[in-house]
Design a protein around this ligand. Sequence first.
Ligand code: G3H
Ligand code: 13P
Ligand code: ZN
Length: 292
Amino acid sequence: MQYGAFNVNNMEIIQAIVDAAAEENSPVILQASSSAIKYARINYLRKMVEAATEDTSIPIALHLDHGPDFETCKMCIDNGFTSVMIDGSKYDFEENVALTKKVVDYAHSKGVVVEAELGKLAGVEDEVNVSDKDAMYTDPDQAKEFVERTGCDSLAIAIGTSHGAYKFKGEAKLRFDILAKVKEKLPNTPIVLHGASTVIPELVEMCNKYGADIPGAKGVPDEMLNEASKSGVSKINVDTDLRLAMTAAIRKVFAEEPSAFDPRKYMTPARDLIKQTVQHKIRDVFCSSNKA
Ligand code: G3H
Ligand code: 13P
Ligand code: ZN
């Protein structure tokens, strides 16, 4: 089973994701990055997620996405987050181990679980040659050592995905061989896939139709996400597809109704399109729906 972890920045996004998950009777992970926390403010995020949990009976996790340092992880743990990610992937192996272990020790003392990252997610815009690119993928032996030494609860790995709307120049390609080796070494550690938006072509087209300039965007096809799920990926991170849905819906209203200026006029279709997008993923791609 694979669960979607969806990035949240405001009330409408939270409501859309939770409504979609509730309709599918699926547990869901809401995750906030440190820039989302700066934008929305931690107490607002916490209270809105609390409201969402009161509103529905599905299990909802509140997770810190890409925690940059110990202090941010501690702030989230102290503010009721159910899990945190410490992203030490920018550091060398030993520094990543030390930082992750420090976060794990604190988090576990408070009953909070920790996702860590090993390997680097490269974007198509990153100037890397083939051997540099190879060095960015997660090394399965190192992954085993990393998990054993840090005690982290789940591990994000690099197998060819990247953040944002431009993931591949040519054909989409993921290193399922590396994923298989990691699973062989770490059969009981949940594996996380970042940069897993499909960059849904219909949403990109809709954005562009109504005035956006997002040419050549490309993401991870649904079939590959499905294969990742069957190969042991437990958590799939999605942000870009939600951003595209929101932008497409708002642009449509602005283009078709230039006189509209009531925010509810464009935030309502935006919320609806995010909900539809999340529901499709839960039901048709991640197969985490428990709909009777
Ligand atoms: O992994 C990155 C997520 O899409 C969050 O992005 O830092 O702009 O909120 P952000
Ligand atoms: P996308 O940019 O592919 O949506 O990835 C989001 C992500 O990994 C958040 O941590
Ligand atoms: Zn990510």
